[in-house]
Design a protein around this ligand. Structure first.
Ligand code: ADP
Ligand code: MG
Length: 245
């Protein structure tokens, strides 16, 4: 374990029955680093992200978040999770609450903030995602892109120090994608540590400090965007990029 890293993953294995989905993943993410994970469908990207906040139990290996071994029973996983924001493809907003209530629920329930503090923070994050005028709206009445930006504001309201994104724009109509990516880019520029699974190669090129290519449960290749997109070394990387670029 090395306190220097925000997230440290060592020799992570995960299988479902006889399906070896993660075959010994090693990845270290530094504070303020933006790591984009690309790779074919079924290569294990979502499973990997889900292991980081213990939504999945690995079969073996180690995961440290902020230096805490999340498999250690002494470690309060809920406290660790409070510092990990997660945004999924499907926004999973609570349909029976307005936008503001969606954002303030967790910080208030978990005792992180008073209701007044949480509302002030919520308005700040709504402003950041460009939706300050939607505080009292019902989320199901918003567009997909707006809903996803609310989901990002909701994750940020917990003041996480790492954000995990799992294909946050894949379910959106094309005209909505840019607004969501712009919010993510701004977060990256403000220094958020981010792991982003994405099919948006333009975003990865522009925003990632490091691009990690997943293939068949393994990291085949990683490097700067220039290295991965400009001069991929591995046949699997070349084949994948030929298909998506
Ligand atoms: P990706 O996100 O790269 O598309 P996933 O992590 O979703 O890949 O899936 C990797 C493999 O794990 C696939 O073969 C998928 O069918 C399998 N898988 C994922 N989740 C489960 C699960 N809960 N139960 C069984 N198999 C799963
Ligand atoms: Mg996935």
């Amino acid at each position: 374990m090395d306190k220097h890293y925000k997230v440290q993953v060592k020799d992570l294995h995960k299988s479902y029955g006889s399906n070896d989905v993660l075959k010994g993943i090693n990845l270290n993410v530094k504070p303020n680093e933006v790591v984009c994970m690309i790779g074919p469908s079924g290569s294990g990207k979502s499973t990997f992200l889900r292991c980081i906040n213990k939504l999945e139990e690995p079969n073996s290996g180690h995961i440290y978040v902020d230096g805490y071994d999340i498999a250690d029973p002494q470690v309060n996983i809920n406290k660790v999770r409070e510092n990990i924001g997660m945004v999924f493809q499907h926004f999973n907003l609570f349909p029976n609450m307005n936008v503001l209530e969606n954002i303030t629920l967790a910080p208030v329930q978990l005792g992180k903030m008073t209701k007044a503090e949480a509302e002030k923070a919520a308005m700040h994050y709504l402003d950041l995602v460009g939706l300050q005028d939607k505080a009292t709206a019902n989320p199901v009445k918003l567009s997909g892109g707006q809903q996803q930006r609310v989901a990002i504001a909701r994750a940020l309201a917990m003041k996480p120090d790492v954000m995990l994104f799992d294909e946050p724009t894949s379910a959106l109509d094309p005209e909505m994608v840019g607004d969501v990516l712009a919010v993510m880019k701004r977060l990256a520029q403000e220094g958020m540590t981010m792991i982003v699974v994405t099919h948006e190669m333009g975003f990865a090129k522009q925003v990632a400090d490091r691009v990690v290519f997943f293939h068949d449960g393994d990291i085949r290749e990683q490097g700067t965007p220039e290295e991965i997109f400009g001069n991929p070394q591995h046949e699997d990387t070349k084949n994948f990029l030929d298909k998506v670029l």
